[in-house]
Design a protein around this ligand. Structure first.
Ligand code: MCA
Ligand code: AMP
Length: 502
């Protein structure tokens, strides 16, 4: 038996000295160098006593060794659990307690804070942004020979946590074939080849930067210019060396705001892809006017990888996400009854295919709520299919804010606010934001007799929540608007706050 995903993504490049990944300001690593690095790292993991199916939790900055952790986990049959670098210790405690990893890899600066919350028996190794730490010390001593463990299509490759409307994150279990089938569909559709150079500026702890970007490059033999984050100066300097860019809409609005972003700079580019959040039709049109390129927008989720994409050759229609990927079925259903609706009607987007995950880690009831027995996954997004078959996402049934491509579930912030002294209850909403698409605003109702100060509340909230979830403002209200059923009318809060955003 072979290793279903590893062999296809990385293994077949053995002996290739073509560049695979070039860190910003550093030297390119060839496919073969990357394989050797991942082999040494896999041997380190095995030496820690990790066995097939064990989880490896990783909260480190973006670097080539950080990427090699993914390949090393695959080859050793381990399950990668990548974590947003912004998560605080109290957020991490939940993930580590739930996933029970056998190994945790973190930045050396975080090691002390993480030690008390390590699951029993777990090892802690460190890796900093420059590639130093106890992980790389062990890698330097490790054998470069490692035979990839046999892994089948249904073996788990990764667990990615996605927050929930109840405020409790759920671990989406992704199999080798979930990832491979999607990488194949995208590579074919978007015409990736060994001639491509992807400008990679997304984080690698989410589906977009890790699986969509990296897997497509690995599968096609393309190479990556690997930036630690999205920095306009660096992007503009490296664009002439790239053929493709994948980004969230904020990447494109920021580029358009920069006068250095000229048609010349994008002349040789083959493809710009956008996803993770809605791309305004206005941005799509402005981008075409400026560069002559039509951004290709696609739609996906952590649970399903990519589902739907605008075409490579046909019309890339602004304000739509296009057609289902090869092998993926799409249907629109009545959100209450689940009955399929005809094209043209707005309803729940459901998807089915080899890309759809295996369920939520240790949450069979949650899995059953969202994944139907017939294989259709209920996305929580509302959409409509037009007469030409293009899907438009018209809203979300789930209470979710997307800020700069990061998902923020209001409930996660509300539970923290509700626990603060002087707070009776709270409601968190997203209002339009020119840079991030949406920005977080919190409404707080004081407990009887209390007069909470927004600044003091912010100070208490900060250490508990990742920076990107911090409300832009906390508004004190006498009461929350509610409908006759007692449900908070968040639409009214959104309208009121959007009208007076300061
Ligand atoms: C940074 N900050 C943010 C965000 N990013 N606040 C809210 N939302 C954000 N997304 C904070 C910073 O900590 C900072 O706080 C302040 O806002 C200004 O930061 P800035 O320097 O402007 O931000 P940046 O470092 O340039 O980052 C912006 C970014 C980044 C490049 C848009 O957020 C990003 O890379 N987003 C991509 C997320 C992504 O990959 N999503 C894919 C999810 P302070 O001032 O206090 O320092 S996967 C997915 O959704 C599905 C599967 C899909 O379809 O892809
Ligand atoms: P996540 O839970 O992080 O995987 O985020 C998935 C969610 O991001 C989807 O359910 C959508 O709500 C949203 N999303 C992803 N791509 C797009 C897009 N192109 N347009 C609108 N929303 C999107």
């Amino acid at each position: 038996m072979t290793n279903h995903l590893f062999d296809q993504l990385f293994g077949y490049h053995a002996g290739s000295d073509a560049p695979f990944v070039t860190p910003l300001g550093g030297a390119a690593l060839s496919h073969d160098d990357f394989l050797a690095l991942s082999a040494r790292m896999a041997n380190v993991f095995v030496a820690q006593g990790l066995q097939k199916g064990d989880r490896v939790a990783v909260q480190v900055g973006k670097s080539v060794p950080a990427l090699a952790i993914y390949a090393a986990c695959l080859r050793a049959g381990l399950v990668l659990l990548p974590l947003n670098t912004g998560y605080t210790v109290s957020e991490l405690a939940y993930f580590l307690g739930d996933a029970e990893p056998g190994l945790v890899i973190c930045d050396p600066a975080k090691a002390e804070g993480l030690s008390p919350i390590l699951p029993e028996g777990a090892t802690l190794l460190t890796l900093d942004n420059a590639g130093n730490g106890s992980l790389m010390d062990a890698v330097a001593q490790a054998d470069a020979q490692h035979d990839p463990l046999p892994c089948g299509p249904d073996d788990l490759a990764a667990i990615l946590y996605t927050s929930g409307t109840t405020g409790r994150s759920k671990g989406a279990m992704l199999s080798h074939d979930n990832l491979l089938s999607n990488a194949r569909a995208l590579t074919n559709l978007w015409r990736f080849s060994a001639d491509d150079v992807l400008l990679h500026a997304l984080p690698i702890f989410h589906t977009h930067g890790l699986f969509v970007a990296v897997n497509v490059c690995a599968l096609s033999g393309a190479s990556m210019l690997f930036h630690p984050g999205f920095n306009l100066d660096d992007i503009i300097a490296d664009l002439p060396k790239a053929t493709t860019l994948m980004g969230v809409p904020t990447f494109y609005t920021r580029l358009l705001d920069d006068p250095r972003f000229t048609p010349m700079l994008t002349q040789h580019m083959r493809l710009f892809v956008s996803g993770s959040a809605p791309l305004l039709a206005e941005t799509h049109e402005q981008f075409e006017r400026r560069t002559g390129h039509r951004i290709l927008e696609r739609y996906g989720m952590t649970e399903t990888n990519m589902n739907v994409s605008n075409p490579y050759e046909g019309e890339r229609r602004a304000g739509t996400v296009g057609f289902p990927l090869a092998g993926t079925e799409l249907r629109i259903t009545d959100p209450t009854t689940g009955a399929p609706l005809p094209d043209g009607e707005i309803g729940m987007i459901e998807v089915r295919g080899p890309n759809v995950f295996k369920g939520y880690w240790r949450m069979p009831e949650k899995t059953a709520e969202e994944l139907r027995g017939n294989g259709f996954f209920i996305t929580g997004d509302l959409g409509r299919i037009d007469a030409d078959g293009y899907l438009s996402i018209v809203g979300r049934q789930k209470d979710l804010i997307i800020s700069g491509g990061y998902n923020i579930y209001p409930k996660e912030i509300e539970v923290v606010l509700d626990d603060l002294p002087g707070v009776l209850e709270s409601a968190v909403v997203g209002i339009p934001d020119a840079d991030f698409g949406e920005a977080v605003i919190a409404a707080v109702v004081p407990a009887p007799g209390a007069t909470p100060d927004p600044e003091a509340l912010m100070a208490l909230l900060r250490p508990q929540l990742a920076r990107f979830k911090h409300p832009r403002a906390i508004r004190i209200l006498d009461e929350l608007p509610r409908n006759t059923m007692g449900k908070v009318q968040k639409n009214l809060l959104r309208e009121a706050f959007a009208a007076t955003p300061a």
